[in-house]
Every structure is written in structure tokens, then in C-alpha cells.
Design a protein. Structure first.
Length: 448
């Protein structure tokens, strides 16, 4: 199960920030023999000189390389030098832009939100403004990609924006800078009745540098609010940096426990076993992890490890089933070569208590302890609400949301209404006996 095909195209767009659906390891500089590219270079030279029409050989090369890599698997990919830097920034949760969220409304770009203390905010850019032009070029009818490319640029340079709001036109000239996007998109205290226990909710959109620190601070804050359990929402979380997923798990586990092991073709045994280096501060906090068909890669690593060590119950829908690690290889070139993202390892959970296996006996998706069926249209509405909520929080990322009412059958809103999976998790944490019972259930057999 994957997301509705056009789901993400309909959602608001943060300039320069796209989620990276992978688990990655640090960039490796790659040394390549000149002869390795000789045939490709010769073919491109002939095409450039003799093809019947003019051809952009750089675009042709990138397209051809990615068609070749798709024959390996869906996750290996080549990035041109221009796109490589953007990709690395996206994985790291940073971008060189001005910190605004846009949506196309009747062919015109509209500024929905402005990132607090970002370049646009400091320049006085106002939300709910219509973007008329970028550096003097009218942008009505532009695609979101065209707007993004026009606004982004080298750090320290200015971009001239002409905006209109309430029939008043103004020009702003923010200076492009690094904008950090938090990996946590919701922190909430849930208490649906005064006599019931208070619970915490933390939604994570991807694992990027400092995710574990963000989560540690968020949980510490929630514990000050006298919460009795934590819901970690990993739905629609496509993964991210594997080391951050390991650090995240370490917040809840004892020293020495295995989080994940990786294997590659060079080793028949586990080539790398990631273990908890230091006992975490939240060993006794009951956990529920929410997953769905778009929870993939590093988010599956987290879910499997915490479930295998009896720290958290899984609620939701079967996860995506991506259990591979992509290495990043910097290709030689001046001033900068392209970037190769290549599947190098498979990874495996400690025990796989809720792990399903493919026909080739390889790890597949995770089966929740409590399955919640969510109709596709309702899932689409929920995904929209989470993205909208994440953009709202950009203006005040430290907000603690207070939730006092949850109705799984209500219309979806940005505060948890209409979310049957979240409601099920809340009810579970209100019942410690059932939570413990689910943790002690027998593991799945490989035939299930």
C-alpha cells in the first residue's frame, strides 16, 4: 500500500523542502577510473554532434542513468551536480531559501505561512499574500517547481519579491539563508476528561539531524505536564537518516540492546550491528507507535526495534516494507560532481516479532498489534491535515497543543478529530493491562 498517487502534489509546499524516502548513511567520496565512463562519453559526443536535432546531453545523461538505476531497485538514483546539493539539504532538514510555505491558488502563488525568524520573516513578508513576481519576472501561471527554483539561490544573496495583499502592493528583498525545518510537526497533550490520564503525542515527519534531541526535549516537556504515556506518530514518515533512528530508539532502551543490524554482499553475517550506547532517560514511559502504508525505512526500523524490546505497541496499518539502506557517493568533478544514491545494505530488526516476510524470505512490512482500517479518502484528508498543521507550527514550533476532544467519526480537522487510529491509541494507553497483554503476545510466524 502506498499513498494516493497525487496526494503530495495537492498539499502546500515549503520552498526547497521535500521529504526523502530512504535510510541514508554519510556521503562517501568515490574514486572512479577514467575508463569507466569512456563508452558513455563517446556515445554522448556522437549524439551531440550528429543527432538530427539539438540535444541537452546533460539532461539525456541524467535520464539515462536513472533509467539504468531503476533496473536495480526503486531507491537507487543519480543526482546531477545542481540537484545533489538540494538533495543533501533536504535529507538534513535544511534549505537555502527564505522560509515560506506556498500554495498555488487560481494559478497564482500564495504565501500561506512564514517560518518564524527566517529570512522572509525578518524582511517583513506577510502571510496570505499573493506573489506577483520574483526578481521582476511575473509568476502567475508558474508551477510550484518554477517558483521554488526562482526563489532559492546562493546563501547571502537577495531575492526581490513583489507581493499583494488587500489590494496593496509591496516589495520585499529577503536575504537567502539556511532555514531549518523541525522534524517534529506536532507536540500535544491529550486529555479527553478531567478524570482520565493525560497523554502525549509527538508526530515526526522524518528522521534528520537532531531529531532525537528534539524528541528528548519534547518528552521532557510533556512529562512536566504529568502525562502517563506517549504516542509517537510515524504515519507518512518515509524514513531519513539511519543513525538518527538509532539515537531515537536509544531514548527508550537499555544500554547494549540491539536496534538494527545491516548486511551487504561483502559479508554473509551482520556487517554492522547498531546497539544502544547509553541507557535512555525514558525507560518506563508507555509507548504506542502509529504506522501506516507510508511509514517506511528508518521509521520501520524504529517501530520494529521498540516493539521487539517490548517498549511500544504498534497501532495503525501495515507499513510500507522498505528494509534497505542507501549509501551516498560523491562522484568526482569540478567544481562539484554528481551524487549517486545506491542501495548498499539490507537491514534487519532485533527479532522481528511483528515483521512480515516477502516470498524471497526478506523483511517486508510490519503488521500492527492493532489494525485500524482507514478508507483511502479519509487517509487523504488526514495526510492533508498533518501537512497543514506542520506548516502552521512553522510560525511557532514550540507550541504545545491541548487536545480535549477526540471523535473518530467526526470530520477531519488539524487537532485530531476524525482520526480513528489516534483515538484507538489513546484508548489503549488508558488501559495498561491491555497494553501489557499486547506486548506479551506471541510473535508472528513467517507464514502469516
Amino acid at each position: 500500500m502506498t499513498a494516493p498517487k497525487n496526494k503530495r502534489q495537492l498539499l502546500p509546499y515549503t520552498i526547497g523542502f521535500l521529504l526523502a524516502s530512504l535510510a541514508v548513511v554519510p556521503v562517501t567520496m568515490l574514486s572512479i577510473s577514467p575508463s569507466s565512463s569512456a563508452i558513455t562519453g563517446q556515445i554522448l559526443e556522437v549524439v551531440e554532434r550528429r543527432y538530427v536535432e539539438p540535444v541537452d546531453t546533460d539532461v539525456l545523461l541524467e535520464t539515462g542513468l536513472n533509467l539504468m538505476l531503476k533496473e536495480l531497485d526503486p531507491y537507487s538514483q543519480y543526482f546531477s551536480p545542481e540537484r545533489a546539493q538540494d538533495f543533501e539539504q533536504e535529507v538534513n532538514g535544511t534549505l537555502f531559501g527564505i522560509g515560506i510555505v506556498l500554495r498555488i491558488v487560481e494559478e497564482d502563488p500564495m504565501i500561506l505561512h512564514v517560518v518564524k525568524n527566517g529570512p522572509a520573516d525578518q524582511a517583513g513578508v506577510i502571510r496570505d499574500s499573493r506573489l506577483l513576481s520574483v526578481d521582476g519576472a511575473p509568476c502567475s501561471g508558474w508551477t510550484m517547481s518554477q517558483v521554488s527554483q526562482a526563489i532559492r539561490g546562493p546563501r547571502g544573496t537577495r531575492v526581490l519579491l513583489e507581493l499583494e495583499k488587500d489590494d496593496q502592493r509591496q516589495e520585499f528583498s529577503p536575504i537567502r539563508d539556511e532555514v531549518t525545518i523541525p522534524s517534529i510537526t506536532e507536540i500535544a497533550r491529550i486529555q479527553t476528561a478531567p478524570t482520565e490520564p493525560a497523554l502525549g503525542l509527538i508526530r515526526i515527519q522524518q528522521f534528520q539531524p537532531d531529531t532525537s534531541l528534539e524528541v528528548e526535549l519534547a518528552i521532557s516537556r510533556l512529562l512536566e505536564e504529568d502525562i502517563q504515556g506517549i504516542i509517537i506518530d510515524l504515519r507518512d514518515n518515509p524514513g531519513g537518516i539511519l543513525s538518527e533512528a538509532v539515537d531515537f530508539c536509544s531514548l527508550f532502551l537499555e544500554e547494549g540492546l540491539t536496534v538494527v543490524s545491516t548486511r551487504n554482499r561483502r559479508d554473509n553475517v551482520d556487517s554492522n550491528v547498531e546497539q544502544v550506547k547509553k541507557t535512555g532517560p525514558f525507560l518506563n514511559v508507555p509507548l504506542v507507535l502509529l504506522i501506516n502504508g507510508d511509514s517506511a525505512s528508518a521509521s520501520e526500523t524504529v517501530s520494529a526495534a521498540l516493539r521487539d524490546h517490548d517498549r511500544g505497541v504498534l497501532v495503525g496499518a501495515r507499513s510500507y516494507g522498505k528494509w534497505t539502506v542507501q549509501g551516498l557517493f560523491q562522484l568526482p568533478g569540478r567544481p562539484r560532481g554528481g551524487l549517486l544514491k545506491l542501495t548498499t545494505d539490507s537491514f534487519f530488526p532485533p527479532h522481528g516479532k511483528r515483521l512480515l516476510y516477502s516470498e524471497k524470505n526478506l523483511p517486508n512490512g510490519l503488521l500492527p498489534d492493532i489494525e485500524i482500517e482507514v478508507p483511502e479518502e479519509r487517509q487523504f484528508e488526514l495526510s492533508q491535515s498533518w501537512v497543514t498543521r506542520s506548516h502552521e507550527r512553522l510560525e511557532d514550533p514550540n507550541t504545545l497543543t491541548l487536545v480535549t476532544d477526540l471523535d473518530p467519526l467526526a470530520e477531519v480537522n488539524n487537532m485530531g478529530q476524525g482520526d480513528a487510529t489516534l483515538s484507538a491509541a489513546v484508548e489503549l494507553l488508558k488501559d495498561p493491562a491491555r497494553w501489557n497483554q499486547l506486548l506479551q503476545a506471541p510473535p508472528l510466524s513467517r507464514s502469516e
